[in-house]
Design a protein around this ligand. Structure first.
Ligand SMILES: [Zn+2]
Length: 110
């Protein structure tokens, strides 16, 4: 799991959440596995919690390593929809090093 500490990640929701048009979540974490597990376990609060409550499925679609909260802010300025490989045909690149989530999907349980 080396490389998954201090990462930014992008979550894509299958449907917009509730009344808002939010369909993406960008976060920063020091431990992606734990963070995703807590997103999965939560119901009711926050975007992932509301998605879980509403039965809307979601997944982590991109991960950038060696990140910090400034990287998170920079990615949020791009906007989740512009970074999302599902929603946008242009995969916006940032200066951050990206983890190949497709290749690592078998090792990482989301
Ligand atoms: Zn998307």
């Amino acid at each position: 799991m080396e490389g998954y500490k201090n990462v930014c990640y992008l979550i894509h929701f299958d449907k917009p959440i509730g009344g808002s048009k939010a369909q993406h979540y960008i976060g920063f974490t020091t431990d992606l596995e734990k963070r995703v597990a807590s997103h999965r376990a939560t119901t009711g609060s926050g975007l992932t919690g509301r998605a879980n409550f509403l039965g809307i499925s979601w997944k982590v679609v991109r991960v950038w390593r060696d990140a910090d909260t400034n990287s998170e802010k920079a990615l949020k300025r791009f906007g989740g929809v512009n970074l999302c490989p599902i929603c946008s045909k242009y995969r916006r690149r940032s200066s951050l090093v990206e983890v190949n989530t497709e290749r690592s999907e078998n090792e990482m349980v989301y």
